[in-house]
Design a protein around this ligand. Structure first.
Ligand code: TMP
Length: 236
């Protein structure tokens, strides 16, 4: 049966599933950066991101954080619950890097005493502008209660993933999450958790093992994704 393509994003395609409450996500090898201005391919990335995201979502589910994950269908495809995506990117940081370092003029690698959280409006034509909780409410993107739930889940994700990656010899620098509403209105973690959406540094050498290798033309991009996947599977 030919599946109906509902949406194609920069890194994934979304297809209808037989059950109207579910969707099929298919991970591509396409990579973009700087709001799509830089384009490329990371060979094998779709397979790694699909499998890694699913393993981490299962781990988070066991830690009491609800997610959209249902079942891995193939190397690149996963069945997920259909959600109404909250168009807010939720970024948690443990260490300064990327846009935080640039915005506040602080060296990459500066460690915070407590994690930070920030929101940006998921809107490519506006360049995903930074926003605060009042802006999220003003634009009716989420209610105050939903924002509280999202913050609680985002910090819980950070604690669980920080501990796990530490066991793998990896430092979780920062990451981006997206949340969605189920038909009953409950908030669940959606999208993906992968080296595309996290900064992951080797705890011993500080080597970057994430999409920054692509963003910054550091080379050995495929190898970095493979190394992260190897560490993950060795410690599951
Ligand atoms: P930033 O420092 O560029 O704001 O990125 C923070 C984190 O969010 C980093 O782990 C990469 C991730 N991220 C995405 O997943 N998608 C994006 O579009 C951007 C800009 C960042």
């Amino acid at each position: 049966m030919k599946k109906e393509l509902l949406y194609e994003g920069k890194a994934k395609k979304v297809f209808a599933a037989e059950d109207p409450e579910l969707l099929i996500v298919s991970y591509k090898d396409d990579a973009t950066a700087f709001n799509g201005q830089k384009k490329g391919t990371i060979r094998g990335k779709g397979i790694i991101n699909n499998q890694m995201s699913n393993m981490l979502m299962k781990m988070l589910q066991q830690a009491g954080i609800p997610t959209h994950f249902v079942e891995e269908l193939s190397e690149r495809e996963t069945l997920v619950k259909r959600v109404d995506i909250v168009p807010v990117e939720v970024i948690v940081r443990n260490i300064a890097a990327g846009s935080f370092s640039k915005r506040y003029g602080v060296d990459e690698g500066f460690r915070f005493d407590t994690p930070t959280i920030e929101f940006s409006y998921k809107n490519d034509s506006l360049g995903d502008p930074l926003m605060d909780e009042y802006h999220v409410q003003a634009l009716k993107l989420a209610t105050k209660e939903e924002i509280e739930t999202i913050k609680k889940y985002a910090f819980a994700v950070n604690e669980r993933l920080k501990t796990f990656w530490q066991q793998c010899g990896i430092t979780l620098v920062d990451f981006k999450l997206e949340f969605g509403r189920l038909a009953d209105g409950n908030i669940v973690l959606a999208d993906e958790i992968s080296p595309d959406t996290c900064r992951l540094w080797d705890s011993c050498t500080g080597k970057k093992l994430d999409k920054d290798r692509f963003r910054q033309d550091l080379g050995n991009v495929e190898e970095a994704y493979q190394e992260i996947m190897k560490r993950l599977t060795e410690h599951m």
